[in-house]
Design a protein around this ligand. Structure first.
Ligand code: AMP
Length: 407
């Protein structure tokens, strides 16, 4: 996918006031940031804009405050952290719209930065617009946000699949809207993998449920040479094949859908792989009794990881791949006794990447697993957006990208 949207490189920034949507949705506990990866990921665009002589107003959401001001979802700690990372003062506005925010934005000098409070403290940011009145409320909010600057930069890939005030609607009310570097990079890597992959192209899909990833499974079957399924979702497929799955995660209402997906894979003559053995436990606990079984899971037991035979089969396919997309862990990797499957795949993807394959890791839990394995720097690209990366892989257009100016 060639990226046909303008980026910060394509506009004159000197002396301008830039409003940038970033993804500062970081984990915060008791006012302390637990992981600042997302703030660091936005630094290249932030520094570029400041170096070019613009002033900068940053917008973001944090968590799900449901349209209410809740101090635990304040962006204040991110402003402090950004100040430390930039080595300069970062101002903070206690609301993202209104006279005070606008006057603080307007008084910024070139090179100065203002972080505005959580956009989701306003219902109008992310409400589900059902009526014309709702739509007007959302548009009015976006219009207020647009008063903060003259150029809009969207660098929040993780929120680009949402048509919210600060991610898409603002573009209607501001003269220029362009992409930041992170946004550009995400779309290039994920888009390239899905549209123009060097083959063999394989996808590894895991995680809890089939229902979360139905659309992506169908889209990938159309495009991939092999699809390797793991995690909780595998047991709905195994059940659909007639295996017993005991107390494993299983979406009985999706058995027919699972059958259809497997039939589609057969029709496309692609290699659809399911676990041939599993690590099972007598309870959902790292200290549970554990054993490895092939095929059926006994009643009263639950499968919490793929087994060593499955890992070996999957590793052999990964080793031959030239393009690898991975989304979702192979088991409950958060518990060390059920992390071997995910770590085995992680190592195989890292090895294949070192030998020249392109590997793209989808956001969320797969990223946590790759970080846990300390192999993150061995992958080609680690996406910052879970939902957004899934929607791109499904071939859907992201509203936050569509709204930007074309080249
Ligand atoms: P997702 O957000 O859909 O990618 O799912 C990630 C979550 O799925 C992680 O928290 C895993 O612990 C969980 N998970 C993976 N495999 C299993 C399994 N076999 N049974 C239950 N949960 C699982």
């Amino acid at each position: 996918m060639s990226f046909n949207k303008k980026s910060v490189r394509d506009v004159e920034l000197k002396g301008k006031r830039v409003v940038m949507r970033v993804d500062f949705n970081v984990p915060v506990k008791e006012g302390k940031i637990k992981d600042d990866t997302r703030i660091k990921a936005a630094l290249p665009t932030i520094k570029y804009v400041l170096d070019k002589g613009a002033s900068l107003v940053l917008l973001s959401h944090l968590g799900r405050p449901d349209g209410e001001v809740k101090s635990e979802f304040s962006l204040k700690p991110t402003a402090v952290r950004l100040g430390e990372l930039l080595g300069k003062e970062v101002k903070f506005a206690s609301d993202c719209i209104g006279d005070q925010a606008v006057s603080m934005a307007k008084s910024l000098k070139p090179g100065e930065v203002l972080v505005c409070e959580n956009t989701r403290f306003h219902k109008a940011e992310d409400m589900k617009a059902k009526t014309d009145e709702d739509k007007k409320t959302m548009n009015d909010f976006a219009k207020e946000l647009a008063k903060l600057g003259e150029i809009f930069v969207n660098d929040a890939f993780g929120s680009a699949h949402r048509a919210h005030g600060s991610t898409a609607l603002i573009c209607k009310y501001i003269p220029v809207s362009v992409a930041g570097f992170l946004m550009e990079k995400e779309i290039q890597y994920l888009g390239q993998a899905i549209d123009n992959p060097v083959r063999p192209f394989i996808a590894i899909i895991g995680g809890a449920k089939v229902s979360d990833k139905l659309a992506v499974l169908k889209a990938l079957i159309e495009k991939c040479d092999s699809l390797l399924v793991g995690g909780g979702m595998a047991y709905t497929f195994l059940k659909a094949q007639g295996h017993e799955v005991g107390k494993s995660l299983c979406e009985l209402e999706l058995i027919d859908t699972a059958k259809e997906i497997m039939a589609l894979a057969k029709q496309k003559k692609m290699n659809f792989m399911l676990p041939v053995d599993n690590v099972i436990a007598d309870k959902f606990d790292n200290a549970a009794q554990i054993k490895t079984v092939e095929n059926d899971v006994p009643a009263d037991w639950m499968a919490l990881d793929i087994g060593p035979k499955t890992v070996a089969e999957y590793v052999a396919v990964v080793a031959k791949a030239k393009t690898i997309v991975w989304n979702g862990p192979m088991g409950c990797f958060e518990m060390p006794n059920f992390a071997q499957g995910t770590l085995g795949i992680c190592k195989a993807v890292a090895d294949a990447t070192q030998k020249g394959a392109v590997s793209v890791i989808g956001g969320g839990d797969s990223v946590a697993a790759v970080n846990q394995s300390k192999l993150a720097d061995k992958m080609t690209h680690i996406s910052t957006g879970g939902g957004a990366s899934l929607e791109l892989l499904e071939g859907r257009k992201l509203p936050g990208v569509v709204a930007l100016n074309d080249k």
